[in-house]
Design a protein around this ligand. Structure first.
Ligand code: GDP
Length: 140
């Protein structure tokens, strides 16, 4: 499997509880390298555009409001099979269903406030990285 890049967000519930370092430790322990990272505070419109794919879902408004409620840390992670590997490290969307040792099992508060986002496919990873980062900011 080739080296891949994936896009990650440490969400407001986690930044509020000062968990950026603890989450980064899990990312790095899994063999993923953080090749870009910055802390931003999204507007509801920016969050809405990022999550546009979920526009028709009943929780869309709540999700956008949550993502704009406090700073987030946006990241690009690099490694072997990075997209699937990070999804594994994150755990299931609902922390109650997440495997032991995953980020969401250890840190998430609920299905909505679930501490991290990770891309689900190569196309979305490329789009999501380009939404937040310029090429010159990715330092592998
Ligand atoms: P993910 O790929 O595991 O992040 O999950 P999804 O793509 O299905 O959902 C995107 C995000 O929407 C999740 O990470 C949650 O933050 C949020 N979300 C999903 N389901 C619910 C829900 O039932 N209620 C609320 N409030 N948020 C949800």
């Amino acid at each position: 499997m080739a080296i891949q890049r994936t896009f990650s967000i440490i969400k407001p519930d986690a930044t509020r509880r000062n968990l950026t370092g603890a989450i980064n430790a899990k990312i790095e322990a899994a063999g993923l390298r953080i090749v870009a990272q910055k802390r931003i505070h999204m507007t509801p419109a920016q969050a809405g555009q990022f999550y546009a794919v979920h526009k028709e879902r009943p929780f869309y408004g709540e999700l956008c409001e949550f993502m704009a409620s406090a700073p987030v840390v946006v990241q690009v992670l690099e490694g072997e099979n990075a997209i699937a590997k990070y999804r594994e490290v994150m755990g299931a969307t609902d922390p109650a269903a997440a495997d032991a040792g995953t980020i969401r099992k250890e840190f998430a508060l609920s299905k909505g406030e679930n501490s991290v986002h990770g891309s689900d496919a190569p196309e979305t990873a490329a789009e999501e990285i380009a939404y937040f980062f310029a090429g010159i900011e990715l330092v592998g």
